[in-house]
Design a protein around this ligand. Structure first.
Ligand SMILES: Nc1ncnc2c1ncn2[C@@H]1O[C@H](COP(=O)(O)OP(=O)(O)OP(=O)(O)O)[C@@H](O)[C@H]1O
Ligand SMILES: [Mg+2]
Length: 260
């Protein structure tokens, strides 16, 4: 048995032109590029849950987006399930089938019912007929607690329900891993719990997950490791208890004191 990590990231560097970046406006003294990722190494084993925290602009989304090739690295290597994502001509479609992504904004198709939204991926990507695709989608919608919303339209769902539908849609691809970018930060407080419960259920079922989230309760309950990023680097990484309760780095302590 190979013990290689499911996702392995080595020396990841991603630069953006400063003019397009958030943050201080361009002056002659600042470099032309901003290093969204300034040399990140991270390995995620199959079945692990890694939670990424860090201030705005620290590169969390860029790191997730690089894993499923929504961004191309300038330097470094990312290998997903033995396939080098960063190789020239890498099969982005195959990687995105293996590694699903859930965003802060749910991006459901407004003109399709919930069942149609979740059936779409198995129809288009796996070539299933509508009935077969629906029989993939229905149990997933039941699993996320939306078995009674199959015929509803996205506009008829609460934010929490829409995000659960988006998770079902990601699962419909039968991914081996899921990336979540702040999945609850657009939700009203009373809806956060229901989405986190679905994520906890997935974690408990052994899904490999990389989650950008500042929900500390979720991190403590689900994460094998918590990663603290700042300025495009991993500053500190550890178990939830060690990172939250006894952070080693001053920057981590400072960040936690502001968000906790
Ligand atoms: N498409 C882009 N074009 C230009 N700059 C970008 C782009 N995407 C990200 N950046 C810049 O890269 C840096 C890292 O951004 P990123 O979105 O990864 O941060 P983040 O940690 O996810 O922040 P947040 O918590 O606000 O979501 C930021 O300075 C950002 O402005
Ligand atoms: Mg982000």
């Amino acid at each position: 048995m190979s013990t290689r990590p499911f996702i392995s990231i080595h020396g990841a560097v991603k630069r953006f032109p400063r003019s397009q970046a958030k943050g201080p406006s361009k002056t002659s003294s600042v470099p032309e590029f901003i290093s969204a990722l300034a040399g990140v190494d991270l390995e995620v084993d199959a079945g692990q849950v890694v939670v990424i925290i860090g201030p705005s602009g620290s590169g969390k989304s860029t790191l997730l987006r690089s894993i499923n090739l929504l961004e191309a690295l300038d330097e470094g290597r990312i290998v997903v399930d033995g396939v080098e994502a960063t190789a020239p001509g890498a099969d982005a479609r195959r990687i995105r089938e293996e590694v699903g992504m859930v965003f802060q904004s749910f991006n459901l198709f407004p003109h399709l019912t919930i069942l149609e939204n979740v059936s779409l991926a198995p129809r288009i990507v796996r070539g299933l007929r509508p009935m077969a695709a629906e029989s993939v989608a229905k149990p997933l919608l039941e699993r996320v607690g939306l078995g009674d919303k199959l015929g509803a339209w996205p506009r008829e769902l609460s934010g929490g329900q829409a995000q659960r539908a988006a998770i079902a849609r990601a699962l419909a691809m039968e991914p081996k891993a899921l990336l979540f970018d702040e999945p609850t930060s657009a939700l009203d407080p009373e809806m956060i719990r229901e989405v986190l419960d679905v994520m906890l259920d997935l974690a408990g079922a052994g899904m490999t997950m990389v989650v950008v989230s500042h929900e500390m309760g979720f991190a403590r309950a689900a994460a094998d490791r918590v990663v603290f990023m700042d300025a495009g680097r991993i500053v500190e990484l550890g178990s939830p208890n060690s990172l939250f309760d006894s952070p080693r780095e001053a920057r981590t302590r400072d960040f936690l004191s502001r968000v906790l």
